[in-house]
Design a protein around this ligand. Structure first.
Ligand SMILES: Cc1cc2nc3c(=O)[nH]c(=O)nc-3n(C[C@H](O)[C@H](O)[C@H](O)COP(=O)(O)OP(=O)(O)OC[C@H]3O[C@@H](n4cnc5c(N)ncnc54)[C@H](O)[C@@H]3O)c2cc1C
Length: 474
């Protein structure tokens, strides 16, 4: 990419929207996975409107340079790291909440709005946006749409693809076409579902410049139960019974016994945490809260839970530290590995993101512990048991080439386990660069390699010059 293209960008968009200082560019060239660009892009462009994005993509089409869209860079799959020469497109200045309609149950947001900011505004009306990745304090709406993010409330509310109604997108074509796809209504038949195609497309097809999202009332009450089981089979039986009763928890999270041990030491909680952990939050009315809590406690006891803690609401659960162990998965892993390798050592934490049908959980845990023994990486293991999404996490020293080679093999084996048990290699973090091989493995196992060809044709149709976030997903 020639220097005079940066000058042209400055001329078209204005000096205050184009930063080419390498120190700034390098800040935007890394993501939460720990990956960073091997080659620095030329500039960061801070778009303030769809027409800024359109002007940028027109120039990119004309001069054939690459554009790497970015929200808050919390991606864990390599999708937000620039790959090669080009410019980073930051959407962080497009951060307004344009509209909230309670009658339509919708919110219209710009892509750089953070999920927690949206929820703060909605809470004033008694509403929420229920997709809650653990990174929601910084994760943007645009980033969450493009990774197809999920969260703890996924057991009841699914992932981003269930909550996006309409998108304004900008295409990487000659005109930098700006258009809206989808409907403001839940019921919508508009030919092929392009909205769902953009959700999870990781910035490779179009730039999202506005989203019309579904919103839902805040739960009236959210009683929470934390239980510990000696036997993993008993925990799974408890989950089975919850489902047999046709209850749909808001949150249903799990940590295995080994992980509980380490997390407890890290969190230093007074909770008597021993055994496999099950955390359940129900979404109830005020009137039924106590009855549901009692039913759940009885159910846990029937299935041999050894210790049970309750809270009347999620707020109280936070205060009583009932969520602390589950939330500690990432920092506890850093702490544990530093303790093993030495506090002065660089530690990289890798969080996997497989999903298996919940009925296969005991087999998955057994297999992941076998893999742990084989490679010798202490594995913290937890996840969203409601939807079978597991996050085995390991820590290692990235400066040790022997360890990094072993990590690659570990990842392969973890992904193979998911596929063998009828699951998937990426539930919510996306494919990026880190899971491309896994995607191929999964499609091959399904006899669906043709799907990769179809995806390449779709990429070509949206982005004929391969401008947007090239090298990701496929
Ligand atoms: C501590 C931690 C916890 C996490 N927990 C969860 C979790 O519980 N669930 C979960 O799903 N994920 C989780 N993540 C992963 C990540 O935070 C989410 O996927 C998040 O939604 C990404 O948002 P972002 O704004 O940081 O996007 P980025 O990382 O900036 O971008 C993600 C992808 O979207 C593209 N993109 C961003 N904005 C746009 C746009 N406007 N138009 C087109 N493409 C765009 C980028 O090119 C990239 O491909 C976690 C990450 C961390 C670090």
């Amino acid at each position: 990419m020639a220097r005079d293209i940066v000058d042209e960008l400055i001329r078209v968009l204005g000096r205050d929207k184009v930063y080419d200082d390498p120190a700034i560019v390098s800040l935007y060239s890394r993501e939460a996975s720990g990956l960073e660009a091997s080659e620095l892009p030329r500039a960061v462009v801070f778009a303030e409107s769809a027409s800024d994005v359109s002007a940028l993509l027109r120039l990119a089409y004309r001069y054939e340079f690459k554009v790497f869209p970015q929200g808050s860079s919390t991606s864990l799959s390599g999708s937000a790291v620039p790959l090669g020469d080009g410019v980073i497109l930051s959407l962080e200045r497009m951060r307004s909440l344009r509209e909230v309609s309670l009658l339509d149950s919708t919110a219209v947001a710009e892509p750089g709005l953070r999920i927690d900011e949206l929820n703060l505004a909605l809470a004033k009306h008694g509403y929420m946006f229920p997709v809650d990745p653990a990174s929601s304090s910084v994760a943007t709406i645009g980033g969450a749409i493009n990774t197809g993010a999920g969260g703890m409330q996924g057991a009841k509310y699914g992932t981003m693809r269930d909550w996006v109604l309409m998108l304004q997108i900008v295409l990487p074509d000659e005109k930098g076409t700006v258009m809206r796809i989808g409907c403001r209504t839940v019921k919508c038949r508009q030919g092929y579902d392009l909205v769902r195609l953009i959700v999870g497309s990781e910035g490779t097809l179009a730039v999202v410049t506005e989203a019309t999202l579904r919103i839902t009332p805040l739960p009236e009450a959210s009683p929470t139960i934390l239980a510990f089981f000696k036997d993993l089979g008993d925990l799974v039986e408890a989950v089975k019974e919850i489902k047999k009763n046709a209850w749909q928890p808001l949150i249903m999270e799990f940590l295995d016994a080994e992980t509980v041990k380490i997390a407890r030491e890290f969190v230093q909680t007074s909770i008597e945490a021993r055994g496999h952990m099950l955390l359940v939050t129900m979404d109830t009315t005020r009137e039924s809260k106590n009855r549901v809590t009692k039913q759940l406690v009885d159910l846990m006891e029937r299935n041999n839970a050894e210790r049970i803690y309750t809270a009347e609401s999620l707020e109280e659960a936070e205060k009583k530290q009932l969520l602390a162990l589950r939330r500690s998965l990432f920092p506890a892993q850093v702490w544990y590995v530093k303790k093993q390798l030495g506090m002065d050592k660089k530690v990289h934490v890798l969080i996997e993101d497989i999903a298996v049908p919940p009925s296969k959980l005991p087999e998955a845990v057994k297999e992941l512990r076998r893999i742990e023994n084989h490679y010798g990486f202490k594995t913290l293991l937890g996840g969203h048991i409601g939807d079978g999404n597991l996050h085995p996490a390991i820590g290692y020293n990235p400066d040790d080439p022997k360890q990094t080679r072993k990590v690659e093999e570990w990842v392969q084996d973890v992904m193979k386990t998911a596929i063998k048990l009828g699951g998937t290699i990426s539930a919510e973090h996306g494919i990026g660069t880190l899971k491309k091989q896994g995607l191929r493995m999964e499609l091959e196992a399904l006899g669906a390699l043709k799907a990769l060809e179809i995806m390449k044709t779709i990429k070509q149709a949206f982005d004929p010059k391969n401008i947007l976030n090239p090298g990701k997903v496929i």
